[in-house]
Write a protein that binds this ligand. Structure first.
Ligand code: GDP
Ligand code: FE
Ligand code: FE
Ligand code: FE
Length: 191
């Protein structure tokens, strides 16, 4: 069994090789934010680190590769009607498992849910969802407010991010994935 520093270094090399320098810097920022939130809210820092480092692992894969994964693994064919924004986490977790050998289901789930959130989210899911939004390199309108809320109440940070992401999608006439609406109903509308 390798120690966690070895694991991290090995993982870093593979993740770096899978993406642009800009995206790799985003990933390192998400790791930083995720470890901070793990410490603050009582999650394993090692799990937070691994999930953060791998959350966007598949983001630069081609649409054709994702479509092949949907067909080969028997995912719901409705996924064919979506795009990289929805595929890279949901299907990316499968590539993280197969190519990086990560089998911890809690980590794979956090990767799957990192873009859309979900009605049911574990502490680790929330940490990765929020860390992706507030990482130091992010320059989204309202990110300072999101960072401040994340210091106080993680569930409120999930709600803030969900509301602002949904408002943005509506603003640009983007299709909203049903799971994003479920996240909104649970964490914003508190239905
Ligand atoms: P990133 O991978 O670090 O850039 O961040 P995310 O994985 O959180 O989001 C990727 C993209 O998906 C962003 O542009 C989001 O605004 C977008 N996104 C989030 N939810 C939805 C959704 O329900 N529908 C669509 N079309 N895009 C979404
Ligand atoms: Fe992402
Ligand atoms: Fe996100
Ligand atoms: Fe990301």
């Amino acid at each position: 069994m390798k120690n966690s520093e070895d694991t991290r270094e090995t993982l870093l090399k593979k993740v770096r090789a899978a993406m642009s320098e800009k995206r790799f810097n985003h990933v390192l920022g998400v790791e930083k934010a995720a470890i901070f939130l793990a410490e603050k809210y009582g999650e394993s820092k090692e799990k937070a680190s691994i999930a953060a480092l791998t959350h966007d692992y598949a983001k630069e894969r081609s649409d054709d590769e994702f479509k092949k994964i949907i067909l080969d693994y028997g995912y719901d064919l409705d996924l064919l009607n979506w795009n990289n924004a929805i595929w890279h986490g949901l299907l990316g977790a499968k590539l993280v498992e197969k190519e990086l050998g990560i089998t911890d289901e809690s980590i794979l789930q956090a990767i799957r849910l990192h873009t859309t959130g979900a009605a049911q989210m574990t502490l680790l899911d929330k940490i990765i969802y929020v860390a992706d939004y507030i990482e130091p390199g992010r320059d989204i309108p309202g990110v300072e407010k999101a960072r401040a809320i994340a210091q106080e109440d993680l569930d409120e940070a999930v709600a803030y991010e969900t509301k602002h992401t949904l408002a943005h999608l509506i603003d640009i006439n983007a299709p909203v994935y049903p799971k994003t609406i479920e996240t909104y109903n649970r964490w914003v509308a508190k239905k």
